[in-house]
Design a protein around this ligand. Sequence first.
Ligand code: NAP
Length: 491
Amino acid sequence: MFDAVIVGAGFAGIGAAIQLKRLGIENFVILDREDDLGGTWYVNHYPGLAVDVPTTTYSYFFEPNPNWSRLFSTGTEIKQYADDVADKYDVRRHIRLSTVVEGARWDEETSQWQVSLADGEVLSTRYLITATGFLSQPKIPDIPGIDSFAGRIIHTTDWQDDYDPAGKRIAVIGTGATAVQLIPELAKKAADLTVYQRTPIWVVPKIDLRFGPLAKKLFARVPATQRVLRWFTDSVYEVMVSIGVVHYKTCRGRGNISAADLSKLHRFITIRDKELRRRLTPDYDFGCKRPTFSNSYYRAFTRDNVHLQDVGIDHVQTDGIVGKDGAKNEIDTLVLATGFDLWEANFPAIEVIGRDGRNLGKWWRETRFQAYQGVSMPYFPNYLSLASPYAFLGLNFFNTMEYQMRLMERLFGEVKRRGATTFEVTEEANTRYLDRMTELLGDSLFTLGNCASARSYYYNPAGEPTLLRPTTTETAIREASEFPLSDYAIN
Ligand code: NAP
């Protein structure tokens, strides 16, 4: 019997493990379906992969990394950071890789979770923590004929490192954050690259800079210098989310308009063809779906070998794609930059059955998507779901992790202090929290902005924007450290 089972060995799972260790809990296991740790930073290794949040900000609060080579580091460096943190905090020995979790069921008799693995094994644990991420189930588009394509099909989460785009005729479906990074790289080598765009994306310039040996030495010797830089990058991102999303009503969308103007200027400077600029211009407000940062995306479309197709896809044939206009584009490779299935496959990522047989996925869909402080649900004792509705704090995942670790500290610490065995959020606290999130969202971009045509994954299939927590990081951290302990029944 374990004290805790964590599902997922990405940054959330590693953070949860570090917090358990701080609480003196060592008898836990982290399960991950992949054959290495790092979550999304292990799975994704397509050309051009980099973080689009400054790495000074994109790291644990308690573990600054003086070794970043630049402000927006590459995927390889971030994977290395995950490895280094796991080693430094002695997390690796708790991880069981290549282990697929099917589901978990609360056993009232023993007050334990029974965690079922795909190979038939069942693990018993006192606490269950799912750290399965938001973007972990690849979405394969349901396009007629796609299965008949005889060339190579690559989803960006399954990049084939032996694949050489040189001289190939390539189609990329999708223009999200992944495609924005990948397209300029493929454009450099492909004989012909067609980008199938359904919804244009807002792109603003990326103000990147290299950290030379002197800067790295300074960060290592005087950590306060990196802290100051972090404070600055944190503040910029925080202000962006605050003005553009959370306080949209108060700011009357001015921040969004300014950001859209910056993107417009970026397009104007990069692309001379007016009609092409128009086709790349979104018709929804900046921020309705995650905006992207790139200095090379728009420029890629000015190359002779790159074409934008935005009339839609009718069907795929063995050797190409037929557009809605009837024109056929013969290709060798079909790249699916089609993102992730969030709401159907990921909420929750495994089947979770709580007290009285309550099925979490069914309950969310029959009522509303909800989670107290983005982690707890009534009828699910001793369970924290780190990738929940209202959990994600805007642009930077590590802010989310910081408040969730503080919540763990307060909650698990109290359970230990009382010598209790179970905790469960009360119905009243959960409803109060849901009402508050709903009210706050009423003033946000997602309710008041022009987001209808954005096709944003921030919205669930019922059209409610239940992914992001509409508060500042400071508020989330304060609440996680100070929430009334009476919000949980601790027995
Ligand atoms: P995404 O933002 O969901 O984009 C998927 C793209 O595929 C969209 O353009 C979508 O069009 C298109 N698509 C999906 N199904 C389609 C279909 N049947 N026909 C035509 N087009 C279709 O996914 P993503 O680009 O992988 O990015 C997901 C998230 O990952 C980002 O928002 C970001 O949070 C994160 N990310 C972060 C970084 C980083 O640097 N930190 C890098 C990459 C990704 P529609 O918009 O019309 O649906």
